[in-house]
Design a protein around this ligand. Structure first.
Ligand SMILES: NC(=O)c1ccc[n+]([C@@H]2O[C@H](COP(=O)([O-])OP(=O)(O)OC[C@H]3O[C@@H](n4cnc5c(N)ncnc54)[C@H](OP(=O)(O)O)[C@@H]3O)[C@@H](O)[C@H]2O)c1
Length: 312
């Protein structure tokens, strides 16, 4: 099988590089930028010098460019890890068109190209497609989307465009993604808890952290083992469990041995942001577990592994 990964130099894309190492299938890793020196060093540290760090340039907002590579390489599946992921910056009116192009139109481009070859599109979406209602139970796949900001609205339109295209698709909605790569909450908090004597973190927003490696592993399982056959549709995936950003930070500090920082809970109103974040944003994973026979790691177990990789 020939599998093309977009946004290969982001958090999830890099974890796909790790997971796909040693696969008998052909993986083509694409992005708009080359892999950073930092990411290449981390990849080599984690899985050895023979890891594939190459990047073929592909801008997924360009349908002709997508068509050219998928036809040339006879691509059978695309794993779309590319997106506009800066939630606050997406609210900048000057950026709105770009966010729409990348999060809504580009997934449609990928769907069109894969439909033409009767291939599969695996697309990643987000818990931000919800948020407008005061939920207090985990969100299910069939629940109506209620995005509150530009990021969530454009990600929801991306999902809808894929569904309308008629392509074979798996859409995986995830949340609170972190990894050894790029910028993320875990890396930020490792830095802050080691440099500040005191830190306030919100305790009135709860959700579930997701280790991008665990997400990459289930994508790999679904694609490599052809588990998508007869099972196309939308699924929710995060690690197991629920916590607040405050609890998340406490565990980051504990696992990294940063006992010198006094971490205190605070309310969201102390940190105003351009986008209203849901107070309860937990994804119900029953469908993904039952359909694909998964056992999903508990969030602290995965967090411990990621921190160990970052610090050792
Ligand atoms: N991060 C989270 O907390 C989170 C939570 C829920 C869902 N998700 C979803 O999970 C997926 C993966 O997220 P992530 O955190 O791994 O993203 P990420 O680290 O921001 O990586 C995205 C990659 O896509 C690249 N890209 C940007 N524009 C592109 C274009 N036009 N064509 C091709 N590639 C382009 C980016 O390059 P540049 O760096 O140069 O822009 C970057 O390398 C996304 O769909 C995201 O919406 C993320």
């Amino acid at each position: 099988m020939v599998i093309l990964v977009t946004g290969a130099n982001g958090q999830l894309g890099n974890e796909m590089r790790i997971i796909a190492k040693g696969s008998a299938d052909k993986y083509i890793f694409t992005d708009v930028v080359d892999a950073s020196e930092e990411s290449i060093a981390m990849l080599k540290k984690l899985v050895g010098d023979d890891i594939n760090t190459e990047t073929e340039h592909l801008d997924i907002t360009n349908l002709d460019a997508i068509r050219e590579v998928v036809m040339r390489e006879k691509v059978e599946a695309i794993v779309n890890c590319a997106a506009w992921t800066n939630v606050d910056a997406a609210e900048d009116p000057g950026k709105n068109d770009l966010v729409e192009l990348l999060n809504a139109k580009a997934p449609e481009n990928l769907a069109i190209a894969m439909k033409e070859l009767n291939g599969l599109l695996v697309h990643i979406s987000t818990d931000y497609v919800f948020g407008g209602d005061p939920y207090n139970t985990p969100c299910k796949e069939g629940q109506k989307g209620t995005p509150t900001g530009v990021y969530g609205q454009t990600k929801l339109r991306g999902e809808e465009n894929i569904q309308k295209s008629g392509v074979n698709y798996i859409i995986l909605r995830t949340a609170w993604l972190y990894s050894e790569f790029g910028k993320n909450f875990v890396k930020t908090m490792l830095n802050l808890t080691s440099t500040r004597p005191q830190l306030k973190v919100v305790f009135d927003q709860v959700g579930t952290p997701t280790y991008a490696y665990d997400l990459a592993q289930i994508i790999y399982d679904i694609v490599e083992n052809r588990k998508y056959v007869g099972n196309t549709g939308i699924y929710h995936f995060s690690n197991e469990g629920v916590c607040s950003w405050y609890d998340f930070t406490k565990m980051i500090a504990e696992y990294s041995g940063q006992t010198g920082c006094d971490i205190r809970p605070c309310h969201s109103e102390e940190f105003p942001s351009p986008v209203k974040r849901p107070s309860y944003s937990v994804l119900d994973k029953t469908k993904v577990k039952q359909t694909f026979g998964l056992t999903i790691p508990y969030w602290t177990d995965s967090l411990r592994k990621c921190i160990s990789n970052l610090l050792n």
